[in-house]
Design a protein around this ligand. Structure first.
Ligand code: ADP
Ligand code: ZN
Length: 666
């Protein structure tokens, strides 16, 4: 008897012989120790089989032309299987669907500590015990209706498309409470930073039965929580992306809040989408899914409209509070005393402080200024490793690359002409911070972006200060734009809409619409009506027509027509193959050599675009070109991508990275 053992490394499983005394005890999902190279390794048994060998054995056998001797399993680490057969099936599915390896999928699904022999530790409580907002609410008619639809089914996908402030969190909690006792639930959230309040609410409702699972946990904490989940000691897990692999044995429901969020997709390594993995898991394990959003992804909206998902629409805010007025500020005409803020917005913010109301403002770029420009010769600092201009950070006085993390000391002189006339063009959150301090000195506010929330729990503290009204205003990147429920926020503002509108990507209008609508939705959730301001140099952009009127349907219908015409998702599926080269010349020469070959294979029903240079041409010193495959049938598409990848593997000096269902094409 032999077994295939999987390790959390970028590889498929390895085959081992099972010694006599373990034959009746080893099962699928068992954790075992086995000899590997010159040492030992911990892995998971994923196939118990008397006939099939792993790919690696087959390959070696093929090369040697005879049977090879397999090594025996050294020991079984515990009697009960460590992973459920369900979870192993999911891991295999993920590897196959995303054209990656089963080992890499395992690595993403299970904390690495279980393979290195670390011990469980005490877990820290993330919430603040003093704050207790047990508010028993009477459900609104809309909430009741939504729940009666959701509760009447055991499986299926429910898109809850409810405007901002329509009480979606309450629906989530009640849907979990309505599950039979043995059934568990996972709540996926896009980022920790926007989840502080939701965790509070869940904790108030479910007490010790809910755990919060995220990448900020220490190793010991992760082990403890993971085991509690697996052993069924908790009922609800809230977590980011990887929580979709929570090892519950019997799931009744997965909720995906802000389903459209890009952060559900992993950008490197195993490029999986937690949303889509959740949908697949629901099919494999037979449970239901709630997708919740005020601004669903176009794909989800379309699936709901065409009957693949159940569609639950909520048009009214709780207590019929009005949605905020949206004013588009034309920056080409506006007077202003600073680079970042129009006089109109400054006046509104100032007035708000005096009225003891709060405000939220967003600029989706951290740092001080994105262009450090010499006005004498036009030199702009670029990252030496990436084809991206460096962002000036004033607090550290550095020029930082937001792609690769490297930084430079700017120095007082232009490196090209030696001149001293350096100006900053464009703005990041640090610059807005400086302007606000100068223009409204009485304003007390905090900046919330990745630079100010590096420390564990720091975003919880900032959010709490806002909740307790210790500050008047929160300034930040898209971290401030969604999720939060601050009743006294009456103004929300976008400092600059233009970058979002003009990304070279087919989803840029959709993203911009979602971002602006979400941000606007933070205002006017309490007693007083809200107002949203959007500053832009392109006030006539069609996206604003819909944002102004809160017209989701209108926007989606227009956008769907365009996608249909261009045959983009949801009307097709995409696979993107990113090719990496060491030099620009190599990139050109090699791609022109393979271009014809890529096209010769037969690919009925599949459109192959490229190879062409990627919009971001270089990252970490790798020159990037890409190929985009478009087709209706996912399987066919993957087959074609495999074929091309296999061909490319034979080409020298090329690095291949495959992205199934890419969410941007940059
Ligand atoms: P959404 O997620 O849809 O933006 P939330 O779930 O944050 O909205 O709800 C908005 C506010 O309304 C929250 O403060 C919440 O506590 C409150 N709320 C939710 N349901 C009810 C209800 N049935 N009655 C009164 N208040 C409610
Ligand atoms: Zn860089």
């Amino acid at each position: 008897m032999h077994v295939n053992v999987l390790f959390p490394i970028n590889s498929e499983a390895f085959t081992y012989i099972v010694p006599e005394e373990l034959k009746s005890r080893i099962k699928i999902g068992s954790r075992v120790e086995v000899p590997f190279k010159r040492s030992y390794k911990t892995g998971i048994v994923i196939d118990l089989d008397r006939s099939t060998y792993s790919a690696s054995v087959k390959k070696r056998q093929g090369k040697l032309g005879r049977n090879i001797t397999l090594k025996p399993v050294t020991s079984l680490l515990e009697e009960e299987p460590f992973l459920s057969a369900h979870l192993i099936r999911l891991i295999k599915w993920v590897a196959q669907y995303y054209m990656s390896t089963t080992g890499l999928a395992l690595k993403n699904a299970v904390p690495s500590a279980f393979f290195t022999g670390k011990k469980a530790g005490r877990s820290r409580i993330m919430y603040d015990e003093e704050i207790n907002r047990t508010k028993t609410v009477r459900l609104t008619g809309d909430q009741k209706k939504a729940l009666s639809v959701i509760n009447s089914e055991k499986k299926g996908v429910f898109l809850v498309h409810g405007v901002t402030g329509s009480g979606k969190t309450e629906i989530y909690m009640r849907a979990i409470s309505a599950l039979p006792d043995v059934k568990k639930a996972i709540v996926l959230v896009p980022e920790i930073a926007i989840t502080a309040q939701m965790i509070d609410r869940f904790h108030t409702r479910f007490g010790e039965e809910v755990v919060f699972f995220h990448s900020g946990l220490s190793t010991g904490e992760r082990i403890t929580q993971w085991l509690r989940i697996r052993n069924g000691e908790v009922r609800v897990v809230i977590g980011v992306r990887s929580a979709v692999f929570a090892p519950f044995m019997d799931i009744g429901l997965i909720i995906i809040d802000e389903e459209q969020e890009a952060s559900y997709k992993q950008f490197e390594g195993l490029r999986y989408s937690a949303r889509d993995v959740a949908l697949a898991r629901a099919k494999l394990e037979n449970f239901k899914i709630i997708l919740g959003s005020a601004t669903p992804s176009l794909e989800a909206y379309h699936a709901a409209k065409t009957g693949t998902f159940h569609y639950i629409k909520i048009d009214k805010r709780i207590e019929s509070k009005p949605l905020p007025d949206v004013e588009i500020i034309d920056m080409t005409k506006e007077t202003r005393d600073t680079f970042t803020l129009s006089a109109k917005l400054v006046d509104a913010l100032r007035e708000n402080v005096h009225d003891h109301k709060q405000s939220l403002i967003m600029l989706n770029r951290r740092g001080y200024s994105p262009y450090f420009l010499c006005t004498a010769c036009g030199y702009i600092h670029k990252c030496p490793l990436c084809s991206i201009s460096l962002i000036y950070h004033k607090d550290t006085n550095t020029l930082n690359c937001h792609y690769c993390g490297s930084w430079l000391d700017p120095g007082p002189l232009c490196p090209q002409c030696g001149g001293k006339e350096i100006t900053y063009l464009g703005a990041g959150t640090q610059r807005v911070e400086e302007d606000l301090k100068r223009l409204i000195p009485e304003l007390s506010f905090k900046r919330m972006d990745r630079d100010t929330t590096q420390k564990k729990l720091s975003h919880f503290r900032i959010v709490r200060q806002m909740e307790e009204k210790k500050i008047d205003l929160l300034l930040g990147t898209q971290m401030v734009s969604k999720g939060h429920d601050f009743p006294d926020v009456t103004i929300s503002a976008v400092i600059s809409a233009d970058t979002a509108l003009n990304l070279p990507d087919f989803r840029s209008a959709e993203r911009a619409f979602q971002l602006f609508t979400q941000l606007a939705g933070r205002a006017g959730r309490g007693e007083f009506p809200g107002k949203a301001y959007i500053q832009t140099y392109e006030p006539d952009h069609y996206v604003f027509d819909y944002v102004r009127l809160h017209d989701c349907r209108g926007f989606y219908e227009t956008e769907i027509e365009q996608r249909k015409e261009l045959n983009y998702p949801p009307f097709s599926k995409l696979v993107r193959i990113i090719l990496g080269f060491r030099t620009k010349e190599n990139a050109k020469r090699i791609t022109s050599g393979i271009s014809a070959r890529i096209r010769t294979g037969k690919h009925k029903n599949i459109e192959v675009l490229g190879p062409s240079p990627a919009p971001v041409e270089k990252i970490r010193n790798l020159w990037r070109w890409h190929l985009i495959l478009k087709g209706k049938n996912a399987k066919e598409l993957r087959r074609k991508a495999c074929e091309i990848a296999a061909m490319l593997e034979l080409v020298k000096d090329i690095k291949i990275d495959i992205d199934v269902d890419p969410i941007n094409l940059l």
